[in-house]
Write a protein that binds this ligand. Structure first.
Ligand SMILES: [Fe+2]
Length: 343
């Protein structure tokens, strides 16, 4: 295990996978893909849970939630078959699930070592591994399919009480070294008054466009921007899907102060092929710098997996939220997880 600091980032732990770990994950991904074709069926999912529960040694040490206040840990060195994966698809819907199965299965093994991977029934057809690629027509729209605009810093699926505790961003290719932005709420400095304002529920957060149309949701319930976990301050933030302009001047000023602080402490994380970032979705907001997509099969291509971590705290008041009708789809129902599996 090596932990180093990249020159382009100041606070992120980078852990190089050793050759044994890389080869083991690679072989398991290939074996599962050959046996089951991909992670859609229950037999493959049982196998993922069994295998992940049995992984020990260096992998078990490295594949863990980020420690400290940085909120991000990068695993470096996943083995990829770039030629087999083929060209970057023009949209998530055009992904070849068969050729992508080995890397998707490696991602799911990693996610299952940390917690319970899940997808959204209303996003990318419920896949557990989502594909993030630039798409024509979405260049300037605030979703992961954008390119020409800054993707604003946000909590993944901030609108929902079952949003991921953590998620993986795995890099298939990134030839133009397009940076992901990350900013930890633990590094911002806010006045006591601003902090108090943002701890109170004032405005709602609405689902983003990847969940369909942007009709005004009738039961939009205000939620706090900041909240406390036993180990420190946490954030729930998505300014492009928050009607903050409808709030009073005090809240708007506090929200602006927070936005400026998040920009001040933001780091640029350039993911390279084979990198997998493990991101604490309660501590870190993430985004992306603008870039010019070529749409020729060579563009940046990331894989994303949401993870629920049963022992992670969330405020009790969130249990009454309805999540705008969006439902999760899990690797397996908890009752079917093998003994020793993370939940
Ligand atoms: Fe995101």
């Amino acid at each position: 295990m090596t932990a180093v600091l990249d020159s382009e980032i100041s606070a992120v732990e980078i852990c190089e996978l050793g050759p044994n770990s890389r080869n083991l994950l690679y072989e398991l991904g290939r074996i599962l893909a050959d046996a089951y074709g991909g992670p859609a069926g229950p037999r493959c999912r049982h196998a993922i849970a069994e295998l992940a529960a049995g992984l020990t040694g260096e992998l078990a040490d490295l594949v863990a939630l980020p420690a400290g206040d940085a909120g991000v840990r990068v695993l470096r060195g996943l083995r990829l078959d770039s030629a087999e994966l083929g060209r970057t698809p023009p949209s998530w819907a055009a992904v070849n699930d068969r050729t992508g199965a080995p890397i998707d299965l490696q991602m799911l093994l990693l996610a299952t070592m940390i917690g319970s991977p899940f997808g959204w029934c209303g996003q990318q057809e419920g896949r557990l591994v989502n594909n993030v690629v630039p798409a024509r027509g979405y260049e300037r729209i605030q979703t992961g399919a954008s390119s020409e605009i800054v993707l604003s810093p946000h909590t993944e699926d901030a609108f929902h009480p079952l949003r991921a505790h953590a998620f993986l961003l795995g890099c298939v290719r990134n030839p133009d070294r397009v940076a992901t932005t990350i900013a930890s709420i633990r590094r911002v400095q806010l006045s006591a008054a601003t902090r108090q304002i943002l701890l109170r529920p004032t405005v709602p957060i609405l689902p983003d466009l990847t969940y369909g149309d942007l009709e005004r949701w009738p039961a939009a319930k205000p939620v706090p921007v900041l909240w406390e976990r036993p180990d420190g301050l946490c954030i729930r933030y998505d300014p492009d899907y928050t009607p903050w302009r409808d709030a009073g001047p005090q809240f708007r000023a506090a929200y602006a102060e927070l936005g400026a602080e998040l920009a001040r402490v933001a780091d640029l994380l350039v993911l390279e092929p084979g990198d997998v970032a493990i991101i604490d979705n309660d501590v870190v907001v993430h985004g992306r710098v603008p870039f010019t997509a070529r749409f020729d099969g060579t563009d940046r291509w990331l894989k994303r997996v949401n993870i629920a971590v049963a022992e992670r705290f969330r405020p009790a008041r969130e249990r009454t939220e309805r999540g705008y009708g969006q439902r999760v789809t899990r690797l397996l129902p908890p009752a079917q997880l093998p003994a020793g599996a993370r939940r």
